[in-house]
Design a protein around this ligand. Structure first.
Ligand code: CA
Length: 471
């Protein structure tokens, strides 16, 4: 019995080896007889569960998963199910990259907006402080605006100009340009106005070259298209030269730091329609609204200088150039509205004129008659009209007239100075600033009207002259 038990135990122990082959055991039983045990593989052995089989399959499955993961992580393409996963990866990665990029862009935009907001908040704070500072500061004493005063009685000569601004001593040629920049028209808005007086009446005559009696209501011909035309000058040539006829109208918009375009219109109607037939580029930049036309040439002040330019329209080239001696420029002696109106050129029955001031004249208006060919000064008159106390001037028949205000809708022409007698006197001819910002007023000899540029609008005024007085 023990033997049998031993044989069975041995058989169990050797089962693993016996599964693949036949095995024979030999032993003795208690009776001394030999006993043989023969073992062969079972015919259903293949279906028998093997020791550790499920675990191995599990391991194989896990190994396969690991291989797939490794393949994905390393970017390999192993085909099969793993390959399909890898094939889908670029699409997913692309979407991820796109989303990441968009997120980064949004972050950048957010940062930019935050910075912009901070900047705006800083500016608001600065403006608030500036407002408080201005409110708390007492108003500076106003420089009294001295209206033009009549010359000494019976003297026949003009007095030295009034005004004692200590900053205007010495030769103007040594003065530098002020800090007033052309790009800050706000300064010009701050100019004061001249005190007005009631207008008297006088005898009228539509002919001759007597004193100005009346100025009619303005007629509007054109409104400028953009901000460049808030100020400007428009004109006609009273003695036009071919290829341009006497009907030709010329215009310069003078806002900006690069004023050099001269627009030509065939006639007033084309100006009104806004259809220029010619645009000339001037060789030198234009300063302010003081340009004029005469005998086929445009006369104007070169920017930031006292140089006068004669630009020949036919050849489109500079025909003459000369400094106006000692003339203030670029804000030294402007009209009351500013605008760098230091040198005002105009034409009347007697030729070409320049109205300006010098340091010697201490801000009083100087009138010079110019040689239209060479630009030489032929003769000068020094008046006692403080230039910055008047809004503008124009010359008719050798008489200079001053306009009191450039903004008051109902102002007056408050002074006349006759170059023939070198005498001046107050007057009060009503004058209307329809658009309340008159930046240019000149006599148009061709039509015997006043041309003006009033707050984007090109306007003209009919006028009446008194009887010519015998002298
Ligand atoms: Ca003028």
């Amino acid at each position: 019995m023990f033997l049998l038990l031993s044989l069975c135990m041995c058989g169990l122990l050797l089962q693993g080896d016996a599964q693949d082959r036949a095995a024979l055991w030999r032993g003795n039983d208690r009776s001394g007889r030999c006993q043989y045990t023969f073992t062969v593989p079972s015919p259903v052995e293949a279906s028998c569960p093997q020791t550790g089989g499920p675990e191995v399959e599990g391991l194989k499955a896990r190994l396969s998963l690991l291989e797939v993961l490794v393949s994905r992580l390393t970017g390999g393409d192993t085909g099969g199910p793993q390959g399909a996963g890898a094939a889908a990866r670029p699409g997913l990665q692309e979407a991820l990259d796109r989303a990441t990029g968009e997120r980064n862009l949004l972050r950048g935009e957010k940062e930019r907006l935050e910075q912009e907001l901070q900047g705006l908040q800083r500016r608001m704070e600065e403006m608030r402080r500036e407002t408080e500072r201005l409110r708390s500061r007492p108003c500076p004493p106003q420089t009294p605006m001295v209206p033009p005063s009549p010359p000494l009685q019976d003297s026949g000569l003009t007095r030295p100009a009034g005004g004692s601004n200590p900053n205007r001593q010495g030769d103007s040629s040594s003065l530098r340009d002020s800090a007033w920049e052309y790009g800050h028209p706000g300064f010009q808005e701050l100019k004061a106005e001249v005190t007005e007086v009631p207008a008297p009446h006088g005898s009228e005559d539509n002919t001759g070259c007597g004193e100005l009696v009346s100025v009619a209501e303005p007629v509007t011909h054109r409104k400028a298209d953009n901000i460049a035309g808030k100020y400007g000058v428009w004109m006609q040539d009273p003695e036009a030269v071919s290829p341009y006829g006497p009907e030709m109208v010329w215009r310069i918009d003078t806002i900006g730091s690069d004023v050099r375009q001269l627009f030509g219109y065939d006639d007033m109607e084309q100006l009104s329609k806004g259809f220029p037939s010619k645009v000339l580029m001037l060789p030198e930049l234009v300063e302010s609204t003081g340009a004029t036309l005469y005998r086929g040439s445009l006369y104007y002040q070169r920017r930031r200088s006292r140089s006068l330019i004669r630009f020949d329209l036919a050849s489109e080239s500079t025909a003459a150039r000369r400094d106006l001696p000692h003339a203030g420029f670029h804000g030294q002696f402007p009209y009351s509205w500013g605008g760098y109106t230091d040198i005002d050129l105009s034409v009347d029955e007697q030729g070409l004129w320049a109205v300006y001031s010098t340091s010697k004249a201490k801000g009083a208006i100087v009138i010079s008659q110019l040689d239209p060919h060479s630009l030489d000064v032929k003769r000068s008159w020094e008046t006692n009209i403080r230039k910055n106390s008047v809004a503008n001037t124009f010359i008719i028949c050798g008489k200079l007239y001053t306009v009191a205000s450039y903004t008051a809708p109902d102002t007056i022409i408050n002074y006349v100075y006759d170059t023939k007698t070198s005498q001046g006197k107050p007057m009060a001819v009503p004058f209307r600033n329809k658009y309340r910002y008159n930046s240019m007023i000149d006599y148009n000899l061709a039509q015997r009207k006043l041309f003006a540029w009033d707050n984007f609008h090109m306007v003209s005024y009919d006028l009446r002259l008194g009887r010519q007085q015998a002298n």
